[in-house]
Each structure stands twice: as C-alpha cells, then as structure tokens.
Design a protein. Structure first.
Length: 519
C-alpha cells in the first residue's frame, strides 16, 4: 500500500511546483501527477507545501528522544531529525554519569542507557521514537573518561586513549566530534589535544562541531583562531555551534576561516537570548569540575562563600556577555529544588529581592539546594534586530539549529519555536529566504554536511522524511513569557514513510532511526 500526499506544492532546494508525492515503504517512489489506486492511503495537501523534513543541527534531546511531548513539539515545527551529542557533553562512551550529573539541567538523565558506547546509545535512541537522531561523540565526555577531573594537559597515554575512543565511536556510528570549550572538563583541552582527536574524524569524513572557547560575542576571534589551528593541524571540516555575535563580527570571522582555508559552516537560532547552566557563569572552573557534593559543601560554607564573593564574582561582573548587571540578565528556567519552584520565570535579581537576599547569596543558596541542577535564560547586552539576524541567516554557510533545551518549566522558547519562527519571520514576513532557500538552510544543507544520506529533497529514491506545511499559518507560539506553547501550521509529518503527526496529533508507531554517516 502506498501513502500519497495529494494536491500540495512540493518545495525543496531544487524545485517548487504543484505535485503529488507517492511513498512506498520508507522511500519516495514518485513525484508528479499520480494516478489513484484503491489501496492508496491519501493525505489531502491542497493549499499546503510538502517539504523535506527539517533537520535541527544543534539539539539537546539526547535523553528525551523517546519523550512523546518532545517529539510532538518538534514534529509540529516540521523537524524530523535532531543532531545530538552537542557541546562536548553527552552519555556515551562510558557510564553516562558525567552527563547525567554535570549536564542534568540541560540533557537530564537518560531513561535507558546503562553504559557502554555509541552503539548502545544509538540502540536506545531507536526505541519508542518518532524522530531521527544523529550523534556527535562529545569531547568533554572523552576527557572525563580518560582524564577525570584533571585540568592538566592530557599526557601521551591518556591522549591515545581518547583517540581510540573517537575511532571506536566513529566505527559505532558517530557522525563527528563535538566540544564545549566553556564547560568542564572540556575547557581544559588545548588546541593540540583537540586536533589529535579531530584527526580520525577528518579521516572518516566527519565533522568537528564546536561551542567555541571564550563566550562568543566580541570575543569570537579567540574561538575562531583556535578553530584555524585545529583545522589546519587535522584537516577536519568544522561546524560552529550557535554562532551568535554582532553581524559584522560573524561575517568578519567567517571570512577569516575562508581565508585560512578552513571548510566551515555554522548554526544560529532566531533569538538573541541564550540558555545554559547557571554554574557556567557563576562558578570558577576549578570549582565546577569537582564532585557535586564537594561543590555544595564549598558554596554552603560561609568562609568559602566570602572568598568567592571577593575573588570570583568581580570577574562575573566583567563577563562581556552579561556585565555588572548580571543578576538582571539571568532568568530562572529550571530549578530542581521544589522549595524554589516559585522562582521560575523570575530574574535572579527579582527572585533574590523576593527572598530578601542579595543576588550572590540567593544564587549560591539556590544552586546548593538544587545540587547545581539549574538552568537560566541569558539576556545579552545588545539584542540583535531582525534585520541583523536576517543578514546572518542569509550567509550560505548558515544552517538551522535550535539549541533547544526541554528541561525546565519555564525554558527558552527556542525549543518549541525556533523552526516555526524561521518559517514565519524569515520566509513569510520578510524577504530573507524564499521557501526553497529555507529548505536549503533547514534541511538539505545539514543533511549533506553531516552525511545523513538521501534526506533533504523531495525526489524519487530519497527517504520519505517529509513535513506538510501551511505557508500562511505556520508560526511559533512560544515566547519568553509563554515558553511551553507549541507551534502551529504543521499538522502532518512523515518519518521513514510512516505518518507520525496526523492532524496535529501524534500517530502510533516509532519509525525514528539512529542515523549514521553516509558517504
């Protein structure tokens, strides 16, 4: 029996025309005028566009692939594939404890991964999911496995162990390597160490994906200079995560990479504010790398807290992204401690005032009570306008990435809105992209870059990952005030030939796959 999408307009990077789409098994079998068969199951697509499924180049659903509410939130934006293992932190290889502990406020605990390697993690990703995922072996996790909490450069033995883990992970299905160079212990790795890890990635045709060192924004040249060293030493292709900075800096630094012969792409989401662990800006790295129990003891000790106040928090005020008004820049998105549930959605400054404390004492109390499991939406000093974002998104090296974090009751709206916002704001409401441009940036380009096989086109012989989009209605509904609202305008989605979203509701089945690199 065929599934036929009838009467829509097919849009991909190479065509934009009225056509029916026939699907047999997991593959598109025909595109054009298709004669009806009594056995066909038909989806009426009149007035709607048929797009290849969108690919989120930067996602944090590592432990939530099987969560029905997460699947629904992404499918309602037309997303069928997410690239995980981001920012150098995830579960495999190893026992998963590092990610479950340190990144608890971003990735959360994994419901089924019990340790091992990438092959075991990918096997768990295929159970119960309507979404595809592809996995980057995380550099911070590798360092944790080989070096533990050490801040010292890896010696030859430990470096060889990490390289062997990269090689094994690539053999088991990882599509590349990621680093998070503002997180511990990944931030302790130098350029030479990272280049050694990237050498097998380059040999396998994979991609090095990096959360650059140094906080982005006006500091972007620091991260880009390091990328140049790594790429030139290893020959690896590069993808920069969430490249957010003033548009002239983005353009200048991409030009530097091109001039230095680095094959580089990047993702950027359609919001100015960020989201991350509260520990990242508020605790010094030498403290943040310690066991949770030790950190809680330190920040609860009156003398240690006085030392942090005197020696560390002046540096927090000098953070180029936040500045001295940092308590007003950080909004509480997820707080694990039930006693602080009232603070969700408040800035640290407002929550501290409500508690009758100054911001430093309140933040440290909050972290101690939550055992560090807190994430925050982070404002920026200079929010970029839609016109500035449009210039960034117009760059041919740009791809769509949400950096979506689903942990929390008041999360960043990008998790539930980024891809619908691209389509609403930068296709329908402005001339930034045509619909074919949108497909290139949000599907075809990431499919090609990350080696995801015959995805990213609506053509015979290609995998039937498809989204049916109402071009006049598609829109994000999530906002900073109402971050849990789902997108509208994508009511029917196909993954591997199976309808997984029907009339805006989840359909039975779990055809999602763990994708490995092709070609």
């Amino acid at each position: 029996m065929r599934l036929v999408l009838r009467g829509g307009t097919v849009v991909d990077g190479q065509q934009h025309r009225p056509a029916d789409v026939a699907i047999t098994g997991d593959t598109i079998s025909d595109v054009g005028t298709i004669d009806a068969s009594p056995d066909d199951r038909v989806i009426d697509c009149r007035g709607r566009f048929v797009l290849p499924g969108l690919i989120d180049a930067h996602s944090h659903i590592d432990g939530l692939v099987g969560d029905a509410s997460v699947q629904r939130a992404l499918l309602r934006q037309g997303v069928t594939t997410a690239i995980v293992g981001q920012d150098g932190v995830s579960y495999a290889p190893g026992d998963g404890r590092y990610a479950s502990e340190y990144f608890a406020a971003i990735d959360g605990p994994h419901p089924s991964y019990a340790g091992g390697g990438v092959v075991e993690l990918l096997a768990s990703a295929t159970r119960g999911s309507r979404l595809n995922t592809a996995y980057l072996v995380p550099g911070g996790t590798l360092r944790w496995e080989a070096c533990g909490r050490s801040a010292a450069p890896a010696d030859a033995t430990r470096l060889a162990a990490m390289v062997a883990l990269v090689e094994r992970s690539l053999d088991e299905g990882a599509i590349g390597l990621s680093t998070g160079l503002d997180y511990v212990p990944g931030m302790f790795a130098g350029a030479d160490e990272i280049a050694a890890l990237c050498a097998p990635v380059a040999a396998a045709g994979g991609v090095y994906v990096t959360h650059m060192r140094g906080g982005y924004e006006a500091n972007s040249s620091t991260g880009v200079d390091e990328i140049v060293r790594i790429a030139q030493a290893s020959g690896v292709r590069v993808h920069i995560s969430h490249f957010h900075a003033p548009v002239h800096i983005v353009e200048e630094q991409l030009a530097v990479l091109e001039r230095e012969g680095v094959d580089a792409t990047f993702d950027a989401y359609p919001y100015s504010r960020g989201c991350s662990l509260l520990t990242m800006p508020l605790l010094p790295p030498e403290l943040a790398v310690l066991p949770v129990d030790t950190i809680v003891d330190v920040i609860s000790d009156r003398g240690e807290r006085a030392r942090l106040r005197a020696d560390w928090f002046p540096r927090v005020s000098q953070n180029p992204s936040l500045g001295p008004e940092w308590p007003t820049m950080l909004t509480l998105a997820h707080v694990a401690a039930p006693s602080y549930a009232w603070a969700h959605g408040l800035t640290l400054a407002d929550a501290a005032a409500s508690a009758g404390l100054d911001s430093i004492d309140f933040a440290l109390d909050l972290l101690a009570e939550s055992r560090l499991e807190v994430n925050v939406v982070m404002a920026v000093q200079h929010e970029r306008s839609r016109d500035e974002l449009a210039r960034v998104f117009s760059h041919l090296a740009h791809m769509g990435g949400s950096d979506g974090i689903f942990i929390g009751v008041h999360p960043h709206p990008r998790a539930r809105g980024a891809f619908a916002r691209y389509l609403r704001e930068f296709v329908r409401e402005t001339p930034t992209w045509s619909w074919s441009d949108a497909v290139r940036h949000l599907s075809a380009a990431p499919a090609e870059r990350f080696g995801l096989g015959r995805r990213g086109r609506v053509a015979a012989g290609w995998v039937a990952d498809l989204a049916v989009v109402d071009p006049e209605r598609v829109a994000d509904r999530a906002s900073y005030e109402r971050p849990l609202d789902e997108a509208v305008g994508v009511d029917d989605v196909i993954v591997a030939g199976h309808q997984v979203l029907a009339g805006g509701e989840l359909a039975d089945g779990s055809p999602g796959r763990a994708l490995t690199r092709v070609g």
